[in-house]
Write a protein that binds this ligand. Structure first.
Ligand code: AMP
Length: 295
């Protein structure tokens, strides 16, 4: 596995790779790797010849009060995990390498970034799209793997790649969860034992929302309100949002159309840590037949 720290080395190496007719998978991360990240590397390795992992804690996507300084950076361990999961190249640049000449240009995707994470973290998505656009330009033609865990981010990056004609196919991959349903996240290490138990409320709320839809609820507001109630009932959780949104536009829905694809999304604080989760639901084509009492 090749570990590179400069943009020139990365670009030159991947030009050679593609020149030899080999395809490239890109997996952008901030490190502190867990099974969620490793699932992206494995998906890339299954579909492409050369897998590039990037590890960069991108200051541009953190607000001043957020956890940039505290964000875990276990690089040696990450390199071992990455190699075992099939990474061929790791790009781990310094902040100076990425932004040494200042940040005079940023990339902004509108509409999709207006709500949910965009409201909670107003500068976040511009930081994400700016660094991802730089990575797409450095890496060149590739398939880029992102987790559905950050569903709004996946939608925003997909929009950006299409609008800016990046030669990149954005691939969304399923959320990897712990046995109790909690989505893996590098930020789970911040949770106390009690908060970690409380964090299961997010997945429980999503499943309750999915069940409501499965048994015939067609009012998206009622589904969102039920998920919000469940999260609010957990004393250690501070609800940020609970939404039933169109799975492509991420606009909040009113009525759930039969056969429609809905994304349920929740976010909440547990102490100083904010966690996100989401679940895809296809609205059944027919309402379940009511059970008759056999009296
Ligand atoms: P991060 O290092 O947190 O910026 O995440 C890097 C990539 O890994 C993003 O595309 C995330 O959506 C993805 N990811 C993070 N956690 C998970 C998870 N539990 N399951 C699947 N993908 C994940």
């Amino acid at each position: 596995m090749l570990v590179l720290t400069t943009r020139d080395e990365l670009r030159a190496h991947l030009d050679t790779v593609r020149g030899a007719g080999r395809s490239v998978a890109l997996v952008p991360t901030m490190g502190a790797l867990h099974e969620g990240h490793l699932s992206l590397l494995r998906a890339g390795a299954a579909e492409c010849d050369v897998v590039v992992l990037t590890i960069f804690v991108n200051p541009l996507q953190f607000a001043a009060h957020e956890d940039l300084g505290a964000y875990p950076r276990p690089l040696e361990n990450d390199l071992e995990l990455a190699e075992a999961a099939g990474a061929d190249v790791v790009f781990t640049p310094s902040t100076d390498e990425m932004y040494g000449s200042g940040v005079h240009t940023t990339v902004h995707v509108d509409t999709l970034t207006d709500r949910m994470e965009g409201t909670a973290r107003p500068t976040h998505f511009d930081g994400v799209t700016t660094v991802v656009a730089k990575l797409f330009n450095l890496v060149g033609a590739c398939r880029a793997y992102f987790g559905e865990k950050d569903y709004q981010q996946l939608a925003v990056v997909t929009r950006m790649a299409a609008d800016l004609d990046h030669p990149v196919v954005v691939v969304g991959c399923p959320i990897v969860r712990e046995g109790d349903g909690v989505a893996l996240s590098s930020r789970n290490v911040y949770l106390t034992e009690e908060q970690r138990v409380a964090a299961t409320v997010l997945h429980r709320a999503l499943r309750a929302g999915a069940t409501m839809i499965g048994v015939g609820e067609r009012d998206a507001g009622a589904v969102a309100a039920h998920m919000a109630e469940i999260v609010t009932a957990e004393p250690l959780a501070r609800l940020d949002y609970a939404e039933a949104a169109d799975s492509v536009s991420l606009e909040p829905l009113e009525t759930l159309a039969r056969g429609g694809s809905v994304r349920l999304l929740v976010a909440a604080g547990f102490g100083p840590t904010r966690l996100l989760d989401n679940l895809g639901v296809v609205v059944p084509l027919s309402c379940p037949t009511p059970r008759m009492d056999s009296a």
